[in-house]
Write a protein that binds this ligand. Structure first.
Ligand code: SF4
Length: 341
């Protein structure tokens, strides 16, 4: 085997503690796709390969990113099937047969039971050539870093506008793989926190700012930027915050059973709506992705708002293909929403 670093690429958040313990660098393909300078060409490439137009753009982007960057001898591909996306199962088959890369199917146990979760984590650890003791050590090492993410997230709603919604999004979403290197990531995080603390000295409350909770999968479009151009500020990024694993946990199995993203919509929204109330937002923007099963979860969100007598206005928006700007129709809808709340 060459001395090249080994990478473990994955389709959505997986226990990076196990990946790091096994000596791999974690890479979340979603982050690579959405931060690409040419994301639309990645979607086009996948369509040229045969992916249908009516397939979620994320899946197509992940396929193209993965086809470009892997190193067959050293790297691994982990597709998360249960708890994320059924498309990932077929994606794993296509990538494994196209590239010959060593791949693994990770399925979050639908039971959300800690014993089942522990078995699932042990299987992943065995596959990667490590064990749970080593992974727990990494979890403990990551606690201070995750506390810093928690600090940024807390400042985002306690001082609206101090941290932009896009900054909050960036730091939380990037924590799914820590940009491949937890040490470098933490150093960059420290620099950002220093900057925020300096900004805090100059921060003034503003009655004009509309506080927004952003629910749903991370957007494929620059929605945060647009909201902030129109005097809104996202003070809660639901799924991005889940990726950051903010909280106090006694073990990896506890952490990954409290992580809401892989489980039922009701479980997810219970936690999200607590945050919505705690952060006292003016409106909720629920982002859904075209051709994604999670679009239907909007029904559950609206039912739960009624059940809980939460009257916060909700705007549901949909994105399809990546773009560096949002189209006129979507811009008008968001603008009108911000004006009415
Ligand atoms: S947005 Fe939905 S369909 Fe697309 S990859 Fe994510 S879970 Fe799958």
């Amino acid at each position: 085997m060459s001395s090249r670093e080994r990478f473990a690429y994955f389709t959505t958040s997986v226990p990076i503690e196990i990946i790091i313990a096994a000596g791999y660098k974690p890479i979340d393909l979603n982050n690579r796709f959405v931060s690409s300078k040419t994301p639309i060409s990645l979607v086009d490439n996948a369509e040229s390969f045969g992916f249908p137009g009516s397939c979620c753009a994320w899946i197509k982007g992940l396929f193209s990113v993965m086809s470009d960057i892997f190193h067959k001898e050293n790297d691994l591909f982990i597709a998360v099937t249960e708890g994320d996306c059924s498309n990932a199962k077929v994606l794993e088959e296509i990538i494994a047969s196209k590239t010959g890369i060593n791949s693994y199917i990770f399925a979050y146990p639908a039971s959300r039971d800690q014993i089942d979760m522990k078995k699932t984590l042990e299987q992943l650890a065995n596959f990667l050539g490590t064990d749970m003791e080593a992974a727990e050590k990494i979890r403990m090492e990551l606690v201070p870093l995750r506390e810093k993410l928690n600090k940024i997230d807390g400042l985002s709603y306690l001082y609206p506008g101090l941290v932009t919604g896009l900054e909050n999004h960036y730091w939380l979403v990037s924590s799914s793989d820590m940009n491949g290197d937890k040490k470098v990531f933490e150093k960059e995080l420290d620099v950002f926190l220093d900057e925020i603390l300096k900004r805090k000295e100059r921060w003034q409350p503003s009655s004009e700012i509309k506080k927004i909770a952003f629910l749903g999968v991370p957007p494929i479009l620059p929605v945060h930027q647009f909201i902030e151009d129109k005097k809104g500020v996202v003070v809660y990024n639901e799924i991005q915050r889940e990726f950051a694993m903010i909280g106090k946990y006694s073990s990896l199995e506890a952490q990954y059973t409290e992580y809401t993203y892989p489980y039922s919509a009701r479980f997810r929204f219970e936690k999200a709506l607590n945050e919505v109330q705690k952060r006292n937002v003016d409106g909720i923007i629920h982002y859904v992705q075209s051709f994604c099963h999670r679009q239907i979860e909007d029904i559950i969100l609206r039912n739960m708002l009624k059940e809980k007598n939460i009257s916060t206005p909700v705007l549901t928006i949909e994105g399809d293909k990546p773009s560096f700007q949002i189209d006129g129709r979507l811009a008008t809808r968001i603008e009108a929403f911000l004006e009415t709340i």
